[in-house]
Write a new protein. Structure first.
Length: 685
């Protein structure tokens, strides 16, 4: 073999060895480690930042989230030939060596951005050997990553003092905002700090930080990036004297959004404005209820199943507040009754006008009682559901079949936790809350009720909304049955002090159901308001009873208040708009929502729980009832939410057309309301 061939073979062997070593000893890119995450609301407003598991703040250096003027300035100062070289700028290194020799000290290390990235991936003592390793690693990195990827990695790892790494973390901590828009003084400071991050920390050594920043500004002026006026403005600016807190809102909702997919920056489905309102309402109501009371709430956009707001607790400062109470299984009380009747409607075994017996009855060893321990004889199914009668609901579940009912709920995404027997089989007690469900699972069920009976999972990330909207889902109850249940629940008695929904222009009726668990441990309200599903829970995190506190008294007013605020914040979500009614609109209807301290009106006739006869005498229909009461100004009268007729003398007259239960409501001129429940009997005298 001639000398030329030997030289060529040796070169080939050397190249082969280099490639082999490159494959065997790749750069440790995985040492970039875990990154922090920023969760925003659906519009990009920051809600909460999450540190790494070791407590460091290290956000991904996404170039789209970093001011391009900062990137241009950084490259000019640190590595002006970054886009041209392949890891090492030999010209810059020679110049740095000459400058250092002439000055007798190290003026510049000549390290490129890629070499600095290699050093941050593998920290070593600064010496000639380390520099050679950095040169090799830089070329390896350049073979594997694009220039933008290298720059992003550099901007992720750059040290800024303490537990801050990367330009985005530094911008949040020192300036309180994202790094996408930076002022000249902020740009100069962020370039200056990594060169000596601890010695120049502005929160500890502001003078050194200002001096280094001003030096960078002058250097940028030499490169033509800053003007003389820019340099003067930078010098006249102060440096941040403290580190700021990272965003820390929507604690439980952001945690769920982050856990729902890959770790990183996440745009959640939450609405920042509504989220703040729901948190405020939950805290206000919990504080008014007692020191140990918590409130949890969910607002779901039904078409997409997007969680628009969540209060996992009223406050982390209150007992149990660190727990996300929307994810804790509790007895749902009577909130499952609508779905029992819905399945019965599907089977044809009942309809809204079907009469059902509300009398004492034993089912094997189980004998349910109504909440008020009273029985009402034959009632319509719709009345039984509106007034949450227990015995009819258990009878209907007996027809549907408890095992089938539980299976349907489980397929829909709400699996009841059944206790009390070795087999954990479903029993009739589930109709009255004898199984555990979470608020999230109830939200799945009531969202299905508002979506023609189709159940789908809740969505926490904005980029998943379309996919869930387009998927077929799981049928819970039939479309016709869902519509009937919604109509029945819309006509239930509203909380005290609420103007009937029919007075509010363009407002949806709220179809709602309350629930109170055994021993008054849990107070619930769940419902559908236009294209929103809302679930509210109130109780103690430790499950202790709160005697006498019911879902209707405690949770239902919260649901209505959240519905009002949701209509205000989510104006663009279809039928949910317009529930808030202006004073002018209410005046035109004769009712002003001004909850003054004066007493509500008093209903004189009919008295509460009265039985009224509306049959026939000698084949002729009996005359209607004249309603009577007293209060501030002229009273407006409603029966099951519908306005009463007025006779020629101006008196309210009510002529019932069917037998069953009714709710009579009187509203005074200030919007205060009182209501009574009565039963109407028909038939010949």
């Amino acid at each position: 073999m001639g000398p030329g061939r030997r030289l060529l073979a040796g070169f080939a062997l050397l190249v082969g060895a280099a490639f082999a070593l490159d494959a065997l000893l790749p750069p440790p890119l995985e040492r970039a480690g875990e990154i922090s995450a920023l969760v925003t609301d659906r519009a990009g407003k920051p809600l909460r930042a999450f540190p790494t598991n070791d407590g460091r703040w290290r956000f991904h250096g996404d170039l789209d989230k970093i001011d391009p003027e900062f990137i241009e300035a950084l490259i000019r100062v640190e590595d002006k030939r970054f886009r041209q070289h392949h890891g090492t700028d030999w010209t810059g290194m020679v110049r740095a060596a000459v400058d250092s020799a002439l000055s007798g000290r190290v003026v510049s290390g000549g390290s490129t951005i890629t070499m600095q990235t290699a050093r941050m991936l593998e920290p070593r003592r600064r010496n000639i050997g380390s520099k050679l390793i950095e040169i090799v690693r830089a070329h390896q990195i350049e073979r594997r990553l694009s220039k933008d990827e290298i720059l992003a990695l550099y901007l992720t790892l750059t040290p800024y003092g303490g537990n801050l790494e990367g330009v985005r973390a530094a911008s949040w901590s020192y300036f309180g905002h994202e790094a996408d828009r930076l002022t000249d003084d902020e740009i100069a400071l962020l370039i200056a700090l990594p060169q000596s991050p601890e010695a120049r920390r502005p929160d500890r050594r502001p003078e050194q930080a200002a001096k280094a920043r001003d030096w960078v500004a002058k250097k940028l002026a030499m490169y033509g990036v800053f003007s003389a006026d820019d340099v003067a403005d930078v010098a006249a600016s102060g440096v941040p004297g403290r580190r700021r807190d990272f965003p820390d809102r929507a604690w439980h909702g952001t945690a769920k959004a982050l856990a729902s997919g890959p770790r990183g920056d996440v745009r959640s489905t939450l609405d920042a404005g509504l989220q703040a309102e729901v948190e405020r309402i939950a805290l206000t109501q919990a504080e008014a209820a007692g020191a140990d009371v918590q409130v949890a709430a969910l607002v779901i956009h039904i078409p997409t199943r997007a969680v628009r707001a969540i209060a996992g607790s009223a406050s982390r400062e209150r007992p149990g507040g660190w727990l996300d109470l929307t994810a804790q299984a509790r007895s749902p009380g009577s909130t499952l009754k609508p779905f029992i009747y819905g399945m019965a409607f599907d089977d044809g075994s009942a309809a809204p006008d079907t009469l059902i017996s509300d009398l004492p009855r034993r089912f094997a060893a189980y004998q349910p009682e109504n909440f008020d321990r009273m029985f009402r004889g034959d009632v319509r199914v719709s009345d039984a559901l509106q007034h949450s009668l227990n015995v009819p609901a258990v009878m209907m579940l007996d027809k549907v079949g408890p095992d089938r009912f539980v299976s349907q709920l489980s397929l829909a995404g709400a699996s009841p936790r059944i206790a009390g027997s070795a087999s954990h089989q479903a029993g009739l007690a589930i109709a009255l809350g004898g199984a555990g469900l979470t608020a999230r699972e109830l939200a799945v069920l009531y969202s299905a009720l508002g979506d023609k009976g189709i159940a789908k999972p809740l969505v926490w990330r904005a980029d998943e909304e379309t996919a869930v909207h387009d998927q077929p889902g799981q049928r819970l109850i039939g479309e016709a049955s869902a519509d009937e249940i919604i109509r029945i629940l819309q006509n239930g008695p509203t909380p005290a002090g609420r103007v009937p929904g029919r007075l509010t222009e363009n407002a949806p009726q709220i179809a709602f159901k309350t629930g109170t668990s055994y021993g008054y441990r849990d107070a619930w309200a769940a419902g559908v308001a236009g294209d929103l599903a809302i679930v509210v829970w109130m109780g103690r995190a430790d499950g202790a009873p709160r005697p006498g506190v019911t879902g209707g008294d405690a949770a239902l007013p919260i649901l209505f208040e959240i519905a009002d605020r949701a209509a205000h914040h989510l104006r663009d979500t279809g039928q949910a708009r317009g529930r808030l009614t202006s004073e002018k609109q209410l005046k035109s209807k004769g009712a002003i929502r001004d909850f003054a301290a004066a007493a509500p009106p008093q209903i004189l006739f009919p008295p509460s729980e009265a039985e009224l006869w509306a049959g026939t005498v000698d084949g002729k229909q009996a005359r209607g009832f004249v309603l009577a009461g007293r209060g501030e100004g002229q009273l407006s009268w409603y029966v099951d939410g519908a306005p009463c007729d007025i006779d020629d003398a101006g008196a309210p007259v009510w002529s019932p057309t069917r037998e069953g239960f009714y709710t009579v409501t009187a509203v005074d001129a200030a919007g205060r309301a009182s209501r009574v429940r009565v039963r109407v009997l028909t038939g010949p005298a």
